[in-house]
Design a protein around this ligand. Sequence first.
Ligand SMILES: [Mg+2]
Ligand SMILES: [Zn+2]
Length: 187
Amino acid sequence: MTRPAVFLDRDGTLIEEAGYLDRLERLVFYPYSVDAVRALNRSGFAVVIVTNQAGIARGIFQEAFVAEAHGYISTRLAAGGARIDGFYYCPHHPDGKVAAFTKTCACRKPAPGMLTAAAADLDLDLSRSFMIGDRWHDLAAGEAVGLRGVLVRTGYGRTEEASPGAVAPAAIVDNLVDAVSWILRDA
Ligand SMILES: [Mg+2]
Ligand SMILES: [Zn+2]
């Protein structure tokens, strides 16, 4: 049976924005993140991380580190009874240093490739799904596949709010837990 999903940006949305996150010691959860994800789990939404990780193309860290970070995030969430249903990352950048990842791709947000891949893998109903992120490019990726988007003011969100782009957000709220509350009311 197809499920709706909430797609989450990672850095600046689920965990603190840390520039290029390259060590687990720098991975900091927001205090409400576990509760927010668990609330989505209990409401029947698939929860899917979609994150640009151009640090791989730039040679700052390797794919193995991203896997380690996502394992750590899963473990922390599981300890609080919460779960991410899928992790998707884009390792590419058009101006990278690592040849294998240096290209214009279909998955780097604002392109929607990670969302369409997740929808196919996890049998998601995009017409009932949402995107939460701290950058306009997060919401643009969602908008490209018909999602309503919620901008959070954490991470780069306040700066983004001050310079509206072409994307029309369904809501702008302070943080992830407020975004989840907004979605659960709307749904
Ligand atoms: Mg972000
Ligand atoms: Zn990509």
